[in-house]
Write a protein that binds this ligand. Structure first.
Ligand code: AP5
Length: 185
C-alpha cells in the first residue's frame, strides 16, 4: 500500500500518518522529520536546509526528490509506506509518478486533510506550546500557510484528476479523524 497524506501545516497529517502506519504495519516517511533529524545531527544536508526550513520556505525539489528516491528503497518500505509532507509541488508529484513507474509500483490513494484556517491556527498554537520547533513561531507559521497555498494546494486538483483523492474533513478528535481515514481507505 502506497499512500500520500496531503494537507496544510498543522492539519494533523503527521499524527494520522503515525497511527495509520502503525496499524497497517507500513512505513511512515515524513520529509519534515527526515530534514529535522539531519539538522539535529549536524549533517551536510542539515546545514544546507536549516535556513530555508527555519524561514518556512520549501527545500529545493531536487534535494527532496533525491531524499525520497533513496528512502523508499529501504527494507522497511517493502510492504508499503505513507508519504507525509511529500509531494509538495507539481514537480515533486511528477517525479514521484516517474519513480513509482520505474519501480513498477502505483500510488494507491492520496488522503487530503481539510480544516478551516481558524482551526489550523489553533492546532499550530497548541503545538507551539508543546514542542520547540523553530518554524512554529507565529510569523513562520503564517508564512508556511502562505507557501502551502502558493505551491502545494494545486496538488489537490492534480490528484483529483487521477481519481485517487480521498478528502477527509479533519475537525474532531484524533480518534474521530483516524476512523474517517480508515473508512476512506
Ligand atoms: P513538515 O514537517 O512536513 O511540516 P508541515 O507539512 O507544515 O506539517 P506540520 O508538521 O506542521 O503539521 P501536520 O499536518 O503534520 O500536523 P501535526 O500532526 O503535527 O515540514 C516542515 C518543513 O520542512 C517545511 O516548511 C519545508 O521547509 C520542509 N519540507 C518538508 N517536506 C518538504 C518537501 N516535500 N518539499 C520541500 N520542503 C519540505 O498536528 C499539529 C498539531 O495538532 C499537533 O500539536 C497535534 O498534536 C495536534 N492535532 C493533530 N490532530 C488533532 C486533532 N484531530 N484534534 C486536535 N489536535 C490535533
Amino acid at each position: 500500500m502506497i499512500l500520500v497524506f496531503l494537507g496544510p501545516p498543522g492539519v494533523g497529517k503527521g499524527t494520522q500518518a503515525k497511527l495509520f502506519s502503525e496499524a497497517r504495519g507500513i512505513a511512515h516517511i515524513s520529509t519534515g522529520d527526515m530534514l529535522r533529524a539531519a539538522i539535529a545531527a549536524g549533517t551536510d544536508l542539515g546545514k544546507r536546509v536549516k535556513t530555508v526550513m527555519d524561514s518556512g520556505q520549501l527545500v529545493s525539489d531536487d534535494l527532496i526528490i533525491e531524499l525520497i528516491n533513496q528512502r523508499i528503497l529501504e527494507s522497511d518500505c517493502a510492504k508499503g509506506y505513507i508519504l507525509d509532507g511529500f509531494p509538495r509541488t507539481i514537480t515533486q508529484a511528477e517525479a514521484l509518478e516517474k519513480l513509482l513507474k520505474k519501480l513498477n509500483k502505483t500510488l494507491d490513494a492520496v488522503v487530503y486533510f481539510d480544516l478551516p484556517e481558524e482551526e489550523l491556527l489553533t492546532r499550530l498554537a497548541g503545538r507551539r506550546e508543546q514542542e520547540a520547533r523553530v518554524d512554529d513561531t507565529w510569523e513562520v507559521q503564517k508564512e508556511r500557510l502562505r507557501v502551502y497555498k502558493n505551491k502545494t494546494e494545486s496538488l489537490i486538483d492534480f490528484y483529483q484528476k487521477t481519481g485517487k483523492l480521498r478528502k477527509i474533513e479533519s475537525s474532531g478528535s484524533v480518534e474521530e479523524v483516524l476512523a474517517k481515514v480508515q473508512l476512506a481507505l
